[in-house]
Design a binder for this molecule. Structure first.
Ligand SMILES: [Zn+2]
Length: 333
């Protein structure tokens, strides 16, 4: 888990994924045939498939994390910001943050405002500056920051931290690449950009790759919490989640059945995912060109888009296994 910890500590707010891409590229370079980056900043690794005229498989995990972008500085040195992706206000108040250049700060709110009515414009970042000029000598308008934090263990099986969405999936993809001996597909491992802003990286990557099959790797909300807005059947520790739908896709039934079949045959624990809010790279992949047979392998996760996202190491292992076995099994719907 040391690698995942390092990844969580590497800032990669949407549009600023390059440091994480560097880290990932170093990890996977010995195990793949080619690596390239495109204009959008996607990192695309390729591994040649066995046999004659193999079909093309695109797997995609997004590198970007949600964060904040500085809009202006107040006279007294406080910074105002806008969201990059789906920030949730209660999780921001009191949150330590870090900028790409290492500047630290914290998020506070205008206390005269009723907490339940807080809007983003009532929040500000204190970086210790006393004037606007000083603040803007430390960071610039347009700079991004994200929660400051690292990975830590929760009990025997679980890990907790910021931006598990979607670095835990990037980690799974890296570990699968390392474990994989042969693939029956010409396989494109995409580490995509700007997913949190509308699957932007996956759009161009899928167009360029023109795959026969697509699988998105992302976190998904679990139902094992109290008084939830949208309960579901997923539980932490019960296995990899096979996606049926999210807000961006109704998965191809062929791919859903195939993933279930592989999991069953290989004895990999899995559960079915019906995600009511939130999209994934699968949304971009399946509507590419004339359409792509697409599904998703998801990592059951608590507290998504908070600084304390929780995943289970048994599920992470199941997702790695499912990915490896998927690539070793010829597709049948
Ligand atoms: Zn995600």
């Amino acid at each position: 888990m040391e690698l995942l910890k390092q990844m969580l500590e590497t800032l990669s707010v949407s549009g600023n994924e390059e440091n994480l891409a560097d880290l990932i590229e170093k990890e996977i370079a010995p195990y793949v045939d080619e690596i390239r980056r495109d204009v959008m900043g996607n990192l695309i690794a390729f591994k040649k498939g066995a046999g004659e005229a193999p079909k093309k498989m695109m797997l995609s995990a997004h590198m970007d994390e949600i964060g904040m972008i500085i809009t202006h500085a107040e006279e007294d040195g406080y910074l105002r910001f806008a969201n990059v992706g789906g920030l949730r206000i209660p999780f921001l108040v009191g949150q330590p943050v870090i900028f790409k250049n290492g500047v630290r700060g914290n998020v506070m709110y205008e206390t005269k405002i009723d907490f339940s009515k807080l809007k983003l414009e009532n929040l500000y970042i204190d970086i210790g500056a006393e004037t606007a000029e000083e603040a803007l000598s430390m960071v610039s308008i347009g700079d991004v920051c994200a929660p400051y934090g690292t990975l830590f263990e929760l009990g025997e099986h679980r890990v907790c931290g910021k931006s598990m969405d979607d670095k835990v999936a990037c980690y799974i993809q890296i570990e699968a690449i390392k474990k994989l001996k042969n693939t029956v597909y010409d396989t494109y491992f995409v580490f995509s950009t700007q997913e949190e802003l509308g699957l932007r990286g996956a759009h161009t990557a899928a167009y360029a790759i023109n795959p026969d099959y697509g699988v998105a790797l992302d976190v998904t909300g679990v139902g094992d919490m109290h008084n939830m807005v949208s309960p579901n059947a997923l539980k932490l520790g019960k296995g990899a989640a096979v996606k049926v739908r999210d807000s961006s896709i109704i998965c191809s039934r062929l791919m859903v059945n195939f993933l279930k079949k592989v999991a069953k045959e290989k004895g990999i624990p899995y559960q079915m995912e019906v995600l009511m809010a939130g999209g994934t790279d699968a949304g971009a992949i399946h509507t590419t060109r004339e359409g792509v047979i697409t599904g998703g392998i998801s990592i059951p996760t608590r507290n998504i888009h908070s600084p304390v996202e929780v995943a289970d190491k048994r599920d992470i292992a199941a997702c790695i296994d499912l990915m490896v076995e998927l690539l070793g099994t010829p597709f049948e719907g």
